[in-house]
Design a binder for this molecule. Structure first.
Ligand SMILES: [Zn+2]
Length: 378
């Protein structure tokens, strides 16, 4: 992403602030959230993270490998999610007239009774491509770690979602069933500029997908007109994995969701469930009390832009300032702060539990480490 005017602030009148649907989980529920394990998050051998820590420029073998990793993950661990890709191709300023393929990865889990035109979804988003230069660039925070965090979150809420939907169906409360939301994981290709950031040399995958979904209509009389309208909240994670991030609240209409993250962060810290707390006790979500005045929304160019331009609600989770390693060769696995990466997975899982009403559907606490049957899922 790119922030030409990071220091500039923009004032937006708080004319219409959307009402949220977040209910904070209890401390008991937070204690039930398992942390990611090293077997998934070790930077050299972790099953979720390590396969993404390779150069993955669009159209190269590395990109294809990472795409297969996502497909294998869902195929093996979350087989009832519906998985697809959305493809496009564009020339870039450096491709000498050759079209480069861009492949967005999309995985969805919806309530089993819902028609495609009637469901609203929480969409967890990160980009999986890496920057062409400097040669060999890994992009651990940009955005390998956010991709792995999202995979971990999806797996962590999967069983609880299934249990909740089974119970709702048994109870037969039609109004509750109608309001139930689904979840989507969206891992986008071609976020990075090939040469230097412009409106046409950046966001290749996101621009094509937003346009495509806007023109995909549901059946007549559906509650949602287009595929784009299925998105209730676009939660974009980017540049995460360095210690002590400072996350601004960018948009007044999604400040309720930001506030949910902020409260959960404080709760997790207070309960000793934030491993990075000792080294960095300062708040990540430090703008919780902001209720009017200056908002940065739209100043940081990122994958949300083509969706935001079409009216989609966005929660942009990106630090300002950017991490020190941003677009440098040292943005690699060895420079990730692993306590912070794992804390992000726990915090985001906790937020999804609150937003999807999963508190009563979590499993009992996982057995102590070292015992057989230790689980990373809830
Ligand atoms: Zn980048």
């Amino acid at each position: 992403m790119w922030a030409p005017l990071q220091c500039l602030q923009m004032t937006i009148l708080l004319s219409s602030v959307a009402r949220g649907f977040f209910v904070a989980p209890s401390t008991t529920a937070l204690r039930r959230l398992s942390r990611p394990s090293d077997s998934d998050f070790d930077v050299h051998s972790g099953a979720l993270l390590a396969p993404i820590l390779i150069p993955r420029v669009p159209g190269t073998p590395g990109s294809l490998k990472v795409l297969r990793h996502f497909q294998d993950f869902f195929g093996n661990s979350l087989p009832d999610w519906s998985v697809t890709t959305q493809n496009s191709s564009y020339t870039t300023p450096l491709s000498k007239g050759k079209k480069i393929p861009f492949v967005n990865f999309v995985a969805t889990k919806d309530p089993p009774w819902v028609a495609p035109g009637d469901v609203g979804r929480l969409v967890l988003v990160a980009h999986y491509d890496s920057k062409l230069t400097p040669e060999g660039f890994i992009g651990a925070t940009d955005s390998a770690a956010p991709c792995a965090i999202i995979l971990q979150v999806a797996r962590s809420i999967d069983a609880a979602l299934t249990r909740r939907w089974k119970k709702l169906k048994e109870e037969g409360d039609e109004m509750a069933m109608e309001e139930e939301r689904g979840v989507m994981v969206l891992l986008l290709d071609g976020e990075e500029a090939w040469q230097s950031w412009t409106d046409t040399d950046s966001l290749y995958g996101a621009r094509d997908l937003a346009q495509h979904w806007e023109s995909q209509y549901h059946a007549p009389l559906s509650a949602r007109k287009t595929h784009l309208a299925n998105i209730d909240l676009f939660i974009l994670l980017d540049l995460l994995g360095s210690a002590a991030p400072k996350i601004p609240s960018y948009f007044p209409t999604t400040h309720w969701a930001y506030t949910g993250f902020a409260h959960l962060e404080q709760q997790l810290r207070a309960e000793g469930l934030f491993a990075s707390h000792k080294a960095n006790p300062g708040s990540w979500f430090h703008e919780v009390d902001k209720d009017k005045g200056q908002w940065y929304g739209g100043m940081v160019q990122d994958d949300h832009v083509p969706f935001m331009q079409r009216g989609v609600e966005v929660l942009h989770i990106i630090p300002s300032p950017f991490p020190r390693v941003w677009h440098e060769m040292i943005d690699d696995g060895d420079h990730l702060d692993m306590d912070t990466v794992k804390d992000w997975a726990v915090l985001t899982t906790a937020w999804m539990v609150g937003a999807l009403g999963l508190e009563d559907y979590l499993e009992s606490p996982a057995p102590a480490p070292g015992r057989r049957g230790t689980k990373t899922e809830l």
